[in-house]
Design a protein around this ligand. Structure first.
Ligand code: IPE
Ligand code: IPE
Ligand code: MG
Length: 228
């Protein structure tokens, strides 16, 4: 079976750059081509949702210069990739704590989302200023308000209050860069996700690496707690 939703923890940009005597920021810039490759590979394979852990809540604690670079890369790549999104019918979304972004960046994101809203080949979701614990907390807060307003359990289940409400849970999570951890990613949503780890650093991750992960997924036996 092909996964419907593939999510990637895109790790290893800094190490990729350091190994080449480049700045960490150059590593982040190099990672953008892997994003394009994976979008193409996902469309080819019929994957409907591709979400990418692009910037975590914890990543705000990085040096200001690196954070600034990541913000401007998001802005510039949204502009430069728009023709390709149009051509390939990619719907673009950003999920995370938008309150921490500059008003200009928020406006640019809203425009890109609106502009691509009718595209239906692939939904590309950048998880940006996102963390799993933040998501569960903000959902709990909104659920509690709905509970109080309704005087009892609201009609919508808890997961509809998560920032990923309109996106199915990931079937496959790929993490590049050699670490085997979740780093506060989609903690609720990954309850039954299959994990695939690779030592490849993110800027080296190409279309055939994405295809290899899908091939590996085909051999998984997903039981969801039941007996087959
Ligand atoms: C992933 O690459 C991108 C972000 C977390 C923004 P890193 O910047 O974490 O690269 P390494 O892990 O230091 O090599
Ligand atoms: C995870 O990578 C976050 C993103 C890829 C955006 P990190 O490099 O921040 O994770 P840790 O610190 O190694 O766990
Ligand atoms: Mg890292």
């Amino acid at each position: 079976m092909q996964p419907s939703h593939v999510t990637i923890i895109m790790d290893g940009n800094g190490r990729w750059a350091t190994a080449r005597g480049l700045s960490r920021s150059e590593g982040h810039a190099a990672g953008a081509s892997s994003v394009r490759e994976c979008c193409r590979a996902a469309i080819k394979a019929g994957v409907k949702y591709l979400s990418l852990y692009t910037f975590s809540q914890e990543n705000w604690k990085r040096p200001e210069g690196e954070v600034d670079t990541i913000m401007s890369l998001l802005a510039s790549n949204m502009v430069s990739t728009m023709p390709e999104f149009e051509q390939n019918k990619v719907r673009f979304k950003v999920v995370g704590d938008m309150d921490r972004l500059s008003p200009e960046l928020r406006k640019q994101i809203a425009e890109a989302e609106e502009h691509t809203a009718a595209n239906d080949a692939l939904t590309l979701i950048l998880m940006f200023s996102y963390s799993g614990k933040w998501d569960i907390e903000q959902a709990a807060e909104r659920y509690a308000k709905a509970y109080a307003a309704a005087g009892g359990p609201p009609s919508e289940p808890f997961e509809r209050y998560l920032a990923t409400a309109d996106i199915p849970d990931p079937d496959l999570l790929i993490r590049t860069g050699g670490e085997q951890r979740i780093s506060n990613y989609m903690l609720w949503q990954c309850a039954y996700t299959e994990f695939y780890f690779t030592d490849k650093l993110w800027p080296d991750f190409r279309e055939d690496d994405f295809a290899a992960a899908l091939e590996d997924f085909k051999g998984r036996d997903r039981r969801f707690g039941k007996v087959n």
